[in-house]
Design a protein around this ligand. Sequence first.
Ligand code: MIC
Ligand code: SF4
Length: 755
Amino acid sequence: MTVSAGTPISLVNAVYATLPANVALGRERLGRPLTLAEKILINHLVDPQTQEMERGRSYADFNPDRVAMQDATAQMALLQFMTAGLPQTLVPSTVHCDHLILAKTGAKLDLRDANDANREVYDFLRSVSAKYGVGFWGPGSGIIHQVVLEHYAFPGGMMIGTDSHTPNAGGLGMVAIGVGGADAVDVMTGFPFNVRWPKVIGIKLTGTLSGWSSPKDVILEVARLLTVEGGTGAIVEYFGDGADSISATGKATICNMGAEIGATCSVFGYDANMSAYLSATGRADIAAAADKVAADLRPDAGAQYDQVVEINLDALTPLINGPHSPDRAHKIGANGVGKAARENNWPLDVSATLIGSCTNSSYEDITRAASIARQAAAKGLKAKVELLISPGSEQIRATIERDGLLADLEAIGATVLANACGPCIGQWERAADINAKPNSIVNSFNRNFPKRNDGSANTLSFVTSPDTVMAIALSGRLDFDPRVDTLTAPDGSEVKLDAPRGDILPANGYNEGEDTFTAPPAEGSDVSVVVSPTSDRLQLLSPFGAWNGNDYIGLPVLMKAQGKCTTDHISAAGKWLKYRGHLENISGNLFIGAVNAFGGAVGEGLDTIDGSHRSYPDIAKHYGESGVQWCAIGDQNYGEGSSREHAAMEPRFRGGVVIFARSFARIHETNLKKQGLVPLTFADPKTYDLIEETDRINVHNLPPVPDQPVMCSITKADGTTVEFEAKHTFSPEQVAWFKAGSALNIVRAKVAAQK
Ligand code: MIC
Ligand code: SF4
């Protein structure tokens, strides 16, 4: 398969060729008008004629058009792919090197250091990509989702990506779903992508954004309204005049951060802004093709949504969300975040401000930020606190450099970092005297879980628009509201900032910058992929064993989490990113961020074999090596956040077999099933409270039977038992994964059978 730096028009045309007939079929089968999400899904069904399409219930098989993987998840995805035994991937796939670059001094040196520090991993990814026909975007090319938007996304397409913010491509009208590596392996090996037919939440946007309000505020408001769980199992579809008034990259910001409400993905209907963006990024042919099927790339009149939320953009005011949870919304200014900060003792003096991440690093974002910087510079003002800028891609960087925008930002004291994730994922080296004490940071990212950005639990992270970040950078205060507050210039005058002004697209076109893409050779069979047996960064995988046919009886509770337990709590990123290709080494971080519900310690608990208290990864290792199977308990929305399947593979590797929770985040629940674990939710949420530290848990009547509860019981220390019921979401196919020990074991057997 040839994979280039763009989606070939032939692929797009093939998708559009079947679209009108499949849309008509969908209307006929469902007997009603369709949402855009349904149109795209039906057109990608393996079997549009007979596949059941009941929202929130049916599992369905899809043929996505593309797969994208970033370096921190691609390692595990491709290590799994390698065990499947195929010579090439069967669907166009790309790898993007963006997560492993540490922000320290600035773009140039940081990139050089990353190339040194990660040489082994980059060499592995480069060679494995060449061997199996995968396109390779090297370090410095930019953040996966920005690169996908610029090169690969197209209206009406469907893709999966091994990163939770893959839905960014919804800004170009694509159903783009974040998944774990095992899902990517299914698709790359030519099997369908299986996911539950989603509900559809409609968000009707009216009016237009103005002043200091921006697309980021739309999604911050949606997060406030729907919370971090509100989108679970649903595609969020934006419609209305207000939707069409937002640029394609602004739409991408909104779709990107739909991950923070747990949505399967988010999508906007095809419009003039998308067409303009496609043309500006060298894809006028795709725009022309989309124009011909435009009606099928938008929802039908009368489309039915499971829930409709209306937001009036005329009335939307700037928000700032945090700390610790992306849905914790405050209005900017003294009476909003300022009041909350005083009540909660959050430092009002900000320690750092950051613009970037896959959510907010477009040309429009940077031009708006630069317009504020120019006003400040004209009055002799500079940023009062550290201001770091990460361009989203090499194309953005080269374009904003050419257009003088980087210079505008540097003139007020900004430091430009590499085109990468950087501080968004803990790749940020800060002086210890800053985060040794409570401190507030303000950024344009999407997630703000504790320890995420600089590894310190003292750092309180607030997410907001790049415009608000700039204003706060100039004032140094968390409660600054540029609409009413003023800044004092060096000459003593009071300066009120004008609202930012941006350019949606560069007037002189995009500058592609340095070419960072490597296409795979037509024939890769003689490319050798080296994984040293002594490497501490990479380790070949051994298959997990099949289920032995017995119920799980007497499982100790390795960990019971109190409060939020996101994938950042289960498998931390930051300095642990370096072990993403080495299952044994990365298992050293298992649950280190989890708060122990028995006493509140972080990352440690009781080893019931020897009665000692020690770190969770040490207990897990001890249990695993002693052949003791165990379970863990989560609270609400367990596994929220990232797609990293390490959060499922590590427990499995160390002998974990069941995870109970009050509820699960979608990607993580699937990742657990894929790796052969059993995710169960308490039928009565109060059961969570009954489980004590030395209890043993029993899971009866395995394997799980689709649509039936699972009977479980707790054996107390005094020998008494308490029965309880648990629920699960296993489909018949997923039950087979459990029995085989993992989904990959089945893929491997199927590939072998086809040979
Ligand atoms: C994130 O934003 O948490 C990440 C890092 O991009 C993850 C993927 C990973 O952990 O590698 C995600 O969002 O899926
Ligand atoms: Fe990278 Fe942050 Fe986006 Fe994740 S959320 S892909 S770490 S920029």
